[in-house]
Design a protein around this ligand. Structure first.
Ligand SMILES: Nc1ncnc2c1ncn2[C@@H]1O[C@H](COP(=O)(O)OP(=O)(O)OP(=O)(O)O)[C@@H](O)[C@H]1O
Length: 263
């Protein structure tokens, strides 16, 4: 991570206050407060449709707020330009796309925000190599992304986000549809980021192997925060008592997955 000018201690990395957003005519965020401080690992939990993805998409500027305030690293959103400080792994989709690209090309794309004029210098290529190694995909650098399993695909998406060596990592259901062996690799990559001081916001429906890393949980229901504090006790496989989350987007890991996110 590059050194940055000192920021006031404990100033939130993400500060969302009273966030209101609608998708179409549907109010989806109805006054969400979410503060994530430097070095924290925060899990955003809640049932299907509670607004978790919309909240993180608002944080990365993909969903406009119609009310409330957002600041990133202490800078009001409208003035924030430092996007290379943020790595974002969107929720997986199953939309097919056959555009050919190698694993290295896809991960390199995540480094572009750190380059001048889009040229990858030696240090950039080394960062791409480190990102691939972090998710244990260095042996697949020249493979086509179209031939990967779902779990490998997700590892590549995470490597793409890590290639810019972000200080803030935002991941939307990184473990969804990923088999246990791949989950362990992903958890260890996240663990290394946390050990290096990264701040992490995770949308999760199960705490799973990331549970030991999580400092705090924020639970949404119908676009409102209903809990902000200690992570709930895991009940069986699921993170929430009374959990009612289903996963239409989880793909079977054994099948090659062509999501379009990698092209
Ligand atoms: N593009 C859209 N247009 C209209 N409504 C949408 C759109 N995308 C999502 N929604 C609706 O907004 C609500 C919140 O969706 P969101 O994806 O933020 O929930 P979530 O908590 O992340 O759910 P999940 O766990 O299923 O991903 C849902 O009711 C969803 O159907």
């Amino acid at each position: 991570m590059e050194s940055k000018p000192a920021e006031p201690a404990q100033q939130p990395v993400i500060s969302l206050r009273g966030a209101v957003a609608s998708l179409g005519s549907r109010p989806v965020l109805r006054g969400v407060d979410l503060a994530v401080r430097p070095g924290e690992v925060v899990a955003l939990l809640g049932a299907n449709g509670s607004g978790k993805s919309t909240a993180v998409r608002a944080v990365v500027g993909q969903v406009p707020l119609s009310g409330g305030e957002l600041s990133l690293f202490g800078t009001p959103f409208r003035r924030f330009r430092d996007w290379s400080r943020i790595g974002y792994v969107p929720q997986r989709t199953t939309a097919a796309s056959g555009v050919p690209a190698t694993v290295r090309e896809v991960v390199s794309a995540g480094r572009l925000a750190r380059t001048r004029f889009g040229l990858l210098r030696r240090a950039d290529k080394e960062a791409v190599g480190r990102a691939l190694a972090l998710v244990d995909m260095d042996g697949y650098a020249d493979a086509s992304v179209n031939a990967l399993s779902g779990g490998q695909h997700q590892r590549v998406l995470i490597a793409r986000a890590l290639a810019a060596e972000p200080e803030l990592l935002i991941m939307d259901e990184p473990m969804a549809g990923v088999d246990l062996a791949n989950q362990e690799v992903l958890a260890s990559a996240v663990r290394e980021q946390v050990a290096a001081g990264a701040t992490v916001l995770l949308v999760l429906h199960e705490l799973g192997p990331l549970e030991p890393l999580i400092d705090r949980a924020v639970v949404l229901r119908d676009g409102c925060v209903v809990h902000d504090g200690a992570p709930p006790e895991a009940v069986g496989q699921h993170a929430l008592p009374g959990h009612d989350h289903v996963h239409p987007h989880a793909a079977h890991d054994a099948e090659p997955l062509r999501t379009g996110l990698l092209s």
